[in-house]
Structure formats: C-alpha cells, structure tokens
Design a protein around this ligand. Structure first.
Ligand SMILES: O=C(CO)[C@H](O)[C@H](O)COP(=O)(O)O
Length: 219
C-alpha cells in the first residue's frame, strides 16, 4: 500500500521542481521512486530534506540536494501518523522529525500527504509529539498537564535516555483531546521552550492507498 501511494506521488514531480522530501517509511519509498524517475527520465529535480534520514536516502538514490537558504519549495511530499477525514488535519512526528517537516511542508507551494488507509481517522487521537529544548522539558510538561494533557518523555530504544532529535532537542508525547486543532497547534507552540508540535493544519491534498486504488482527499 505504501509503495503504491509513493509511486503515485512520484508522478506529480515535474522537470525543474524543487521537492520537499518528507520523513518516515512512506516518504522513504517516495524518495526511492523519485530517484528512479530522475535517473530514467534524466530529470533536473532538486530535493530539500526534512530530516537526517531523508538526506541520507536522497544521497543514496541520487537526488541532488539544495536548501531553504537559496530555494523555495515547489511541492512537498510527506507521510503522516494520522489524518482527520473531514478536515485533513494531521498528526506527524512519530519519527521525531516534525519541526523540519513543518518548515518545509508549510513553505511548499503544494503540500501533498501520502498515507495508507489505516491512517485515516474520524478524529485525531494520536499523542501529539512536541519538540522541546532540553532545559525546558519539566516546565513544558507542567504546562501541558495544566492544559489537560498527559505528557511523557519519548525514550530511546537502544540508548538509556531520551530520544534526541536532529536538532538536539527532546520529544514529549502528549495525549489530549483535540477539539480545535488550529487553536491547539498555536497554543502548544506558545509555551516557552517548545520548538514545534506535530499538529499540522495546512494541507493541500492527501493521497490515500486503499485496496481499490489511490483516493485523493481535498478540502
Ligand atoms: O511524521 C513523520 C516522521 O516525523 C512521518 O511522516 C510519520 O511518522 C509517518 O511515518 P510512516 O510513513 O513510517 O508511517
């Protein structure tokens, strides 16, 4: 399913485009597919990665990289942990890369999300990843509790201690009711010490791999 939607997304890329390269297993397949298209069709396409992972994959699959210092993003293709059916709001950051993902995805002329149908939900309920400066983790957790959340520090699997992001920060995963995603996205970011949270409310299009084929969701 992930491969099907990744292939479909690769078809959206046109010669000369600057492409935001998302993170996660679905985006990884897209990066591989894009690399194949660049080689086979001799396309001139540049990538802007959203994580260390997507940078390494782009290098592996022969996608030349540029940065936001010099280029705007024509289209960004990225995965998601959950997609709310009606609103197309997302939770991202299961892989801890949501800060750079949001910078690249929100600044793209078009932001396209690629998921399999298991990610489509009636209401967002996935714990919200919040990237936090290490010095602020305790006070941020306190504020998130005051807002009615249940925050936990994301711990590393093969190291004794917290996950450290590509930016040198910690991740707090907060379970809470999401009634107004647009307000909550700003409210969490207003807590001093928070770098970015994983609620995404500006999405152009979602490509969904279903058993019957690819479905496009638009607002
Ligand atoms: O936001 C992300 C990483 O920070 C990913 O896009 C999200 O976790 C989905 O990953 P996958 O395609 O592996 O299910």
């Amino acid at each position: 399913m992930k491969l099907k939607v990744a292939k479909e997304a690769a078809k959206l890329i046109k010669d000369g485009m600057v492409v935001g390269l998302g993170s996660g297993s679905t985006a990884a397949m897209f990066i591989r597919e894009l690399g194949s298209r660049i080689e086979e069709e001799e396309l001139t396409v540049f990538g802007i990665p959203t994580s260390f992972e997507s940078k390494m994959l782009a290098l592996q699959y022969g996608i030349p990289l540029v940065s936001l210092d010099e280029y705007d993003v024509d289209i960004a293709i990225d995965g998601a942990d959950e997609v709310e059916k009606e609103t197309l709001f997302l939770i991202k950051g299961g892989g801890g890369c949501h800060t750079m993902e949001k910078i690249v995805d929100y600044n793209a002329k078009e932001f396209v999300v690629i998921v399999d149908e298991s990610k489509i939900k009636n209401k967002l309920s996935y714990p919200i990843p919040v990237e936090v400066l290490p010095q602020a983790y305790r006070v941020v957790m306190k504020k998130l509790k005051d807002m009615g959340g249940e925050p936990i520090i994301r711990l590393a699997e093969r190291k004794r201690g917290p996950v450290i992001t590509d930016n040198g920060n910690m991740i707090i995963d907060v379970s809470m009711e999401i009634d107004d995603a647009v307000s909550l996205e700003s409210e969490i970011n207003n807590i001093p010490g928070v770098v970015e949270n994983g609620i995404f409310t500006k999405v152009d299009k979602v490509l969904v791999a279903t058993k019957k084929g690819i479905k496009t969701l638009k607002k």
